[in-house]
Ligand binder design. Structure first.
Ligand SMILES: *Cc1c(COP(=O)(O)O)cnc(C)c1O
Length: 471
């Protein structure tokens, strides 16, 4: 239903070739391509031959049903068609007038998606808020951090920049650190608060409150809290309601990053993971991860769109005269870093319409069931251990070292990952939790079926046996 029957396996590269190329990389392409562009046109046939011979061997096949690394990056017929339409029209919709349909469809489709996620009405475009498509979750957190920074500086004066403090857990995506660097937040004022296995790597409200109290007593100004629903490392879910109340009572901007797990919250049975989003000032989910929308499409909602505009518009009128903004048309250039922007809402609109809500919910449930199935297989093999409880479609697990030796365990699992990926049959990635090297198995490619999970587990077991046997 999601796609044609094209074989998404890792061919045409076999294991031997992969190993060969893996050793050659990085820089493998430089040696086999000319130093400069051709003076005269070349034939399409020659170019496609080069694509086959030189480019595809260096491609990681994110659309393969055997790709279980990082988080998924979905492609679908609907997403692909939307991309084609967008490429065909190729408009540059930075302001309403440059292509009214682009702005208006984006507003409508993000309202649809907000309703599907049961976000509070404050995030809808009818009021003071609204949604916007950013390229990535990294841009989303950057623009809201800038809005929050400028909002607090308007209140306390520009000179206070060095006193502003940002809070998040130590599991937060590095995009936040990057945003702080770009936003001029002093590195010593970025609090990446410690988490541990006792609460499955979620941010503890008590730890947050203590950190805030400590900073306030030192004359610093807490202004931004980023919580994550479904951390990149292990799908930890921060308790939004408690964190949000703390943020609010301290006058801070509260951003919720649900880049990966936001998609699951379209199902009623997973929606509770974002309970407390009422407290948030901004909410972000990546439709380009697990929502069948081709890269790039990151949906960001804010309750106060003026806060964004006041930071990002270059029009002095916006800063002077707040009242006149209320009835003004949406110019998305003032909600993002660049001026130019693509007609990205087309593909999200296509996905929502061609599949419909029920099918999208089934799509998510199917992947979560497949991950449960994998978790069950791991649990049955005493040589392995599931490390954190599975929440969505990611399983964190590792091979237990023979003696309870952490260094040995880390090397063992590093070697297992290497061996498994070198077969070319599957691709997985890793994380580090409490100092331990952990394997991540993320289900979510549109073509993945139970048989792929079963054979992936076989590959893992076989490579583990070889490793353990050779010790
Ligand atoms: C993937 C991910 C990001 C980064 O997403 P980009 O769109 O690539 O910037 C941020 N936060 C979380 C929780 C993620 O899973």
């Amino acid at each position: 239903m999601w796609d044609d029957n094209r074989d998404g396996g890792l061919r045409p590269m076999d294991a031997e070739q992969l190993r060969e190329h893996a050793h050659k990389m990085p820089g493998y392409l430089r040696g086999i391509l000319p130093d400069s562009a051709p003076n005269h046109p070349e034939s399409l046939e020659d170019i496609f031959n080069d694509v086959r011979a030189k480019i595809l061997p260096g491609v990681t096949h994110w659309q393969s049903p055997n790709f279980f690394g990082y988080y998924p990056s979905n492609s679908s017929i609907a997403g692909f068609l939307g991309e084609m339409l967008s490429a065909g029209l190729n408009i540059v919709g930075f302001s309403w007038i440059t292509s009214p349909a682009a702005t208006e469809l984006e507003m409508t489709v993000l309202d649809w998606l907000a309703k599907l996620l049961k976000l509070p009405d404050d995030f809808l475009s009818a009021g003071e808020g609204g949604g916007v498509i950013q390229g990535t979750a990294s841009e989303a957190v950057l623009v809201v951090l800038l809005a929050a920074r400028d909002r607090i500086l308007r209140r306390v004066g520009k000179k206070a920049l060095e006193k502003l403090v940002v809070y998040a857990s130590d599991q937060t995506h590095s995009a936040l650190q990057k945003a702080c660097q770009i936003g001029g937040i002093h590195p010593e004022n970025c609090r990446f608060l410690k988490t541990d296995s006792s609460i499955n790597y979620a941010l503890s409200p008590d730890v947050l409150r203590e950190a805030i109290a400590h900073d306030v007593s030192n004359g610093l100004i807490p202004f931004f809290l980023c919580a994550t629903v479904g951390t990149t490392s292990s799908t930890a879910v921060d308790p939004l309601l408690f964190l949000g109340k703390t943020a609010k009572s301290n006058g801070m901007w509260f951003h919720v990053d649900a880049a990966y797990a936001g998609s699951a919250c379209i199902c009623p049975e997973y929606r509770h993971h974002i309970d407390g989003v009422e407290e948030a000032d901004s909410f972000n989910m990546n439709a380009h991860k697990w929502f069948l929308t081709n890269f790039d499409c990151s949906a960001l909602w804010v309750k106060d769109r003026n806060a964004l505009v006041q930071s990002l518009s270059t029009n002095p009128e916006f800063l002077k005269n707040k009242a006149s903004q209320a009835n003004m048309v949406v110019d998305y250039k003032d909600w993002q870093i660049p001026l130019g922007r693509r007609f990205r809402s087309l593909k999200l609109w296509m996905v929502l319409r061609l599949y419909g809500i029920e099918n999208l919910q089934c799509y998510i449930r199917n992947h979560i069931n497949l991950a449960k199935h994998f978790e069950g297989l791991v649990a049955q093999d005493p040589r392995f251990e599931v490390v954190t409880p599975r929440v969505f479609s990611l399983v964190c697990f590792h091979l237990l070292p023979s003696q309870n030796n952490e260094d040995h365990g880390n090397k063992l699992n590093h070697d297992l990952l290497d061996a498994v990926n070198s077969t070319g049959k599957i691709f997985i990635s890793h994380t580090v939790l409490s100092g331990k090297y952990i394997l991540r198995f993320a289900v979510g490619a549109p073509l993945t079926e139970e048989r792929h999970i079963t054979s992936a587990w076989k590959v893992l077991q076989e490579e583990a046996s070889t490793l353990l046997g050779s010790l």
